[in-house]
Design a protein around this ligand. Structure first.
Ligand SMILES: Nc1nc2c(c(=O)[nH]1)N[C@H]1C(S)=C(S)[C@@H](COP(=O)(O)O)O[C@H]1N2
Ligand SMILES: [Mo]
Length: 428
């Protein structure tokens, strides 16, 4: 493999770009088409003038709310039919393979509901705050929107993300293996502000968060976290929350498993001990090999995945200059470094973090290299600012066994075949 250094320079890029297929040959529909690019319609390609240049386009405001190009219509949330019994209690996955940068677009954020989407009328929305407080309060949406607000980007990851992969490589695409995560810029009020207004009693230690959907999802939250960085959020990426993600108000619990991020939040009760309920004790507890359970595993450990190339983003005979891209995140803070291996973890190179590196948010990384067309075993390994290093799947299994489906943050391997196809595999 050639030293990738020279190829990352502008000159190197152009040189290898041309070598990859920019050669102009006379005649023939596919002449000059870069390798791996479909031939398309020659009538729309140079030297011809395409339709969109010859004709006037649609005017403004015809599309009152914009959406992606017609040609991008395959980039959508998808579900796995056999995974759950009903759509109302199911999950759809973020198309991570088709996105770039650190932010997830609102319409593509994975969804996980226990009883479908609650369609809440904001005029009737109320948030009740009671229990061990001096002054129980009821907030309208307007009350919440009039309080001092902050903007913070955070990742939200279901504890079951990558859960199908505990026993071995299973799903072919990072949308399915890692797509139960999204990262958006929230606008909201620190929960602390609401608590201060109500006055927290000295014996209060836990909060109960309850959702307004028909599951009435409830979770217990330690008071210390509530006073630290929890947000009562009503906007994502500038827009009001989408109904799927909790409109008009959801809890944002930075770095902690998504299950606690109660959507359609309608009630907060303060108590002196945690509430025990079905969700917490059965579904979201990690079962260990010896039958014992790991409890209160709230924090999502550092994790990363290469989003391109990946099974849904093959290299299609595109040898030469290659941009590898991926995402890294940690529930304990900022991503400090990401390493990439092309040979299944034998040799590691440091990737380039690009764009904002926010605390407890998805961080984008790139690694540019010259692919000589040989088979690759691609891996990425995240390190966070606490010094924590993302483990291999086998290291995780040694400690946790394979009885749990939760908190699988092991290193992912993609096998790139000679023809550029990419497959989900494991290396020992
Ligand atoms: N009220 C309510 N909140 C909820 C849920 C739910 O079913 N009802 N699902 C939880 C789970 S398990 C996850 S993974 C996240 C998913 O958030 P998202 O739909 O915005 O991706 O919401 C959490 N909050
Ligand atoms: Mo979840």
């Amino acid at each position: 493999m050639k030293d990738p250094k020279g190829l990352t320079s502008r000159r190197g890029f152009l040189r290898s770009g041309l070598a990859a297929g920019g050669v102009i040959a006379a005649g023939g529909a596919s002449a000059g088409t870069p390798q791996g690019t479909p031939p398309g319609n020659p009538a729309n390609q140079p030297p011809n003038v395409p339709d969109w240049t010859r004709n006037l386009g649609e005017g403004v405001a015809v599309r009152g709310y914009g959406k992606p190009s017609e040609f991008e219509k395959g980039i959508i949330r998808r579900d796995v039919e056999w995974l759950t019994a009903s759509r109302e209690s199911s999950v759809s996955f973020t198309p991570l393979h088709a996105l770039d940068g650190p932010i997830t677009p609102n319409g593509l954020c994975f969804e996980r509901h226990h009883s479908g989407i609650a369609e809440v009328d904001p005029a009737d929305y109320r948030l009740i705050l009671h229990g061990l407080v001096d002054k129980p309060l009821i907030f309208t949406l307007d009350d919440i929107r009039r309080m001092p607000r902050v903007n913070r980007a955070y990742f939200c990851e279901c504890a079951a993300n990558s859960g199908m992969e505990w026993r071995g490589a299973q799903l072919n695409g990072c949308q399915y293996t890692h797509g139960m995560v999204h990262s958006v810029m929230y606008t909201g009020v620190p929960l602390k502000t609401l608590l201060n207004e109500a006055g927290v009693r000295s014996n209060a230690k836990w909060l109960l968060l309850e959702g307004g959907d028909s599951a009435a999802m409830t979770r217990s939250l330690p008071l210390a976290k509530a006073l630290d960085d929890v947000l009562i959020a009503y906007r994502m990426n500038g827009e009001m929350l989408y109904p799927e993600n909790g409109y008009p108000v959801r809890a944002v619990i930075p770095g902690w498993e998504a299950n606690m991020w109660v959507k359609w939040l309608r009630r907060i009760e303060l108590g002196d001990e945690p509430w025990h309920h079905r969700e917490e004790t059965s579904k979201y507890t990690d079962l260990l090999e010896n039958g014992k359970a790991r409890r209160f595993t709230y924090v999502m450990d550092a994790k990363s995945v290469i989003t391109n190339p990946s099974p849904q983003m093959p290299l299609n005979h595109r040898s030469g200059f290659t941009v590898l891209s991926g995402l890294a995140w940690s529930g304990r803070g900022k991503i400090a470094r990401v390493d990439v291996s092309l040979d299944g973890g034998r040799n590691w190179r440091t990737a380039r973090l690009d764009g904002p590196v926010w605390d407890k948010a998805l961080t984008r990384f790139y690694f540019e290299f010259d692919w000589d067309g040989r088979e690759l075993l691609l891996q990425s390994r995240a390190m966070d600012e606490t010094g924590y290093v993302q483990p291999t799947k086998n290291e995780l299994r040694k400690v946790r066994g394979v009885n749990s489906i939760y908190h699988n943050n092991g290193i992912q391997t993609w096998h790139v075949h000679k023809n550029g196809e990419v497959e989900n595999v494991e290396v020992s």
